[in-house]
Design a protein around this ligand. Sequence first.
Ligand SMILES: [Zn+2]
Length: 330
Amino acid sequence: MSKTWDQLEQIQPNVMKMLKNSLLKNRVAHAYIFEGGKGTGKKDAAFLFAKSIFCLHLQEYKPCHTCINCRRIDSSNHPDVHYIEPDGLSIKKEQIQHLQSEFTKTGLESNRKLYIIEQADKMTVNAANSLLKFLEEPSSGTYAVLLTEHVHKLLNTIVSRCQIISFRSLTPDDLRDKLMEQGVSQAFASLLAQLTNDLEETMRLYKDEWFGLARKLVIQLNETLATRPQQSLLLIHEKWMQHFSEKGQMELGLNMLLMLYRDLLSIQLEQEDTVVFTDRFEFLKQQALQITQKKTIRDLEAILKAKNKLNSNMNLQLLMEQLVLDLQEG
Ligand SMILES: [Zn+2]
């Protein structure tokens, strides 16, 4: 199911407001560049915008999603709406030329035509020059939407002929919701969304067995420190160091540990809705009652200190041993 106007408005309020105004005031530009990071809704917005242009039962500016035009755009077979994406690594001149020849025929269904170019920065120089000629002589009913994550890689001459619309990066909450839509559990989605704001990177981590085990070890370290502190160093020697043997892995491990202790503090401060390790909620709640806020803050500082030492290339095992001793302190 494609996104509705209201759904996109939640993640890209400014973008949708701009598009809404241009539709309402009949000031739709002939060429747009939708630029922004991966997963920020550019493609969804482009298709929604196409529907607003072609919908037979437009409600002010919102498409109905049910008329024949809306449905044909959804299933990518509207004769006047074209979608181009890289063929292999690049968008080739032939693809742009094919588009142009399609467009010289008069509109099949109406006098309007719209094309969307995905990853427009992947156009070869020849393709970009062909497109440029096309943009220079816009016929009145033709609309272009170029999508890109790297607007600076587009030819200036193309950029100057388009209206640029910037899509904001996803907030951790947006990202968490997107991950959950893709079937990721809430506990994993919340954590992943805190670790990076790149949707693809979060999915890569999610599918990596290493990450699942890393998360388990972080939880285990916290639990051991709380219930059997004298065994914490053993855990570090027997399991932690093998799993987090590289600096990058250690950094991820410390970041997760930091979030777990931040959750503890959130519970102590009665800000329970910000908890990331949702599946550890009950345990953390017990732990929160047993230690003071002051101690939790000291623990957070100790983890931050360890993270800093990581940057100064301290021996990883020494660093973890010191951290565990700090966390054990009453
Ligand atoms: Zn419609």
